[in-house]
Design a protein around this ligand. Structure first.
Ligand SMILES: Nc1ccn([C@@H]2O[C@H](COP(=O)(O)OP(=O)(O)OP(=O)(O)O)[C@@H](O)[C@H]2O)c(=O)n1
Ligand SMILES: [Ca+2]
Length: 480
């Protein structure tokens, strides 16, 4: 009996306390896992570090962005003159990543680089130069201590679709299988629109259709990336429209009154986006003069879109198919930078137009005085950028006064930047399962509590055993 009781105690120890100890150990040992994605955009490169709990069940750990580093200087496509130097530009952010991620995790931290529209344009202009730039960044990333998984130019379709995955993953809409949010991304050289539409997208325009099966739900996505319609390239398109006559100066309604800058024709016409030829004039430059009129600016901007024909049931612009919009939408990157600066992230479409009208008409000297800390290049362009965004969303994508409020301008969701990088990594690391994971009947904490009470109950039962069996044995001995 004593022996059996003893075994029970051992057994009890095994089920209760040891497991508890193991639980505590697990919690303290639950080191994080990390992943790094470099977003090599047209205007700049950013390094994102993601972190998630290293549990067996990956799915329970929400992946979060814990750090971002902005690479000094312009995007990697700007190194086309000295392609070998593109890699060196990444070094300081990569060193930062080395110091932030625990040494013991370096070898198993996947590292990816995805390049977007700037590199797509460079590849169109000169494939060999774009290859050299990629080799240069590859060399630096390969020599890092992380698990390098490749550097490539991602497609516009991937850029749009993974932006959509990021936004919906971060707002926890995928697991719930509830409604989703569309994604609007505005970069320097391209812009993307992605939203759940019905299945006929694939029938009407296969190149705009992406299907995902995530957590047991099927999603039929419409996505399109407009190369050359990022805000920097759109400005070149607008300037090319206005400099066709080859005059020595251009009065531009998209810039503030009093703004006057000499620009080279080359800077406007060197991009493969600018189809119109450089005017045949002997002069190399023109004076870019601001006139500050947002409604006239919108007319200028409208001319960079082609609305003339559509071979589908409906189009956005440039003969691109677009099904009816299905909101809500999250608009990020330059959509956010610009609208946030202009204080246009809330309110009706009409009030945004009025505010922008007032903003554009203000003298350039006054604007500069009011924002001494803002980079002058950004500052000079906000009137154009605001007008371009309003035109792209309404004339281009067909948002109306009624659907305008379906758009939320966002930078981050739960601390992570909205953008394609997180969705790209989740996909490549297979972190989102196609099927819904078996959900345990109790959450983790529930099991710990249950164990605690079972242990308590067993202790109590043992206590009772001792109490009632012990005197009984004694009395038997006495009888013998
Ligand atoms: N505070 C800021 C930061 C950036 N920008 C501008 O916003 C645009 C887009 O920035 P970003 O989304 O970072 O573009 P990229 O990713 O570099 O470009 P792409 O996606 O087209 O490759 C650029 O013109 C940049 O100059 C801005 O106006 N204000
Ligand atoms: Ca981008």
């Amino acid at each position: 009996m004593e022996h059996r009781t003893g075994t029970m105690v051992v057994c009890l120890k095994h089920v209760g306390i040891t497991d508890w100890v193991r639980e505590v150990e697990n919690v303290s040992l639950s080191i994080s896992q990390y992943g790094i994605v470099l977003d090599a955009g047209s205007s700049h490169t950013a390094v994102y570090i993601y972190e998630w709990p290293a549990e067996k069940d990956n799915d329970t750990g929400r992946v979060q962005q814990t750090h971002s580093c902005k690479v000094q200087g312009a995007g990697i496509s700007s190194y086309s003159v000295f392609p070998g130097q593109a890699g060196a530009s990444l070094k300081s952010c990569m060193k930062e990543a080395e110091s932030l991620i625990p040494l013991s995790r370096h070898l198993e931290t996947p590292l990816y680089l995805g390049a977007t529209a700037g590199m797509r344009l460079l590849r169109m202009e000169n494939q060999s130069l774009s290859d050299q730039v990629l080799w240069s960044v590859e060399e630096v990333l390969q020599s890092s201590p992380f698990s390098y998984q490749g550097a490539r130019i991602i497609t516009g379709q991937e850029e749009g679709a993974f932006g959509w995955v990021t936004v919906n993953y971060l707002s926890d809409r995928l697991k719930q299988g509830s409604g989703t949010t569309g994604a609007l991304d505005l970069g320097g050289a391209s812009t993307q629109i992605s939203f759940v539409a019905n299945q006929d997208v694939a029938e009407e325009s296969a190149e705009n259709a992406v299907t995902f099966r995530l957590y047991g739900n099927d999603y039929f996505l419409y996505t399109h990336s407009f190369l050359c319609y990022g805000k920097d390239q759109a400005l070149k398109l607008a300037l090319a429209q206005q400099t066709q006559s080859g005059d020595s100066s251009v009065l531009d309604p998209c810039f503030h009154p009093g703004y006057s800058v000499d620009r080279s024709y080359f800077s406007v016409y060197s991009s493969p986006c600018v189809m119109a030829g450089k005017p045949l004039v002997s002069r190399d430059s023109f004076t870019h003069v601001g006139a500050g009129n947002a409604s006239l600016c919108q007319e200028v901007v409208r001319r960079i879109f082609n609305f003339s024909s559509c071979s589908f049931s409906r189009c956005s612009f440039n003969r691109v198919y677009q099904p009816p919009l299905q909101g809500p939408f999250g608009a990020f990157s330059a959509f956010y930078f610009v609208m946030n600066f202009l204080n246009l992230t809330s309110g009706s479409l009409e009030s945004s137009r009025e505010k922008l009208e007032r903003y554009c008409s203000r003298p350039w000297t006054q604007i500069k005085q009011q924002h001494p800390d803002v980079k002058e290049k950004y500052l000079a362009e906000y009137c154009f950028s605001g007008s371009y965004i309003l035109s792209l969303l309404t004339d281009g994508y067909n948002f109306t006064s009624d659907t305008w409020t379906d758009i939320t301008f966002i930078k981050k969701i739960s601390g992570s930047d909205a953008g394609w990088t997180l969705g790209y990594m989740l996909n490549l690391t297979n972190m989102i399962p196609a099927e819904a994971p078996d959900t345990p009947p109790l959450p983790h904490a529930g099991y710990v509590t249950l164990l605690f009470f079972i242990s308590l109950l067993l202790f109590f039962l043992l206590f009772l055993c001792f109490r009632f069996l012990w005197p009984h044995r004694n009395s038997q001995t006495q009888m013998i």
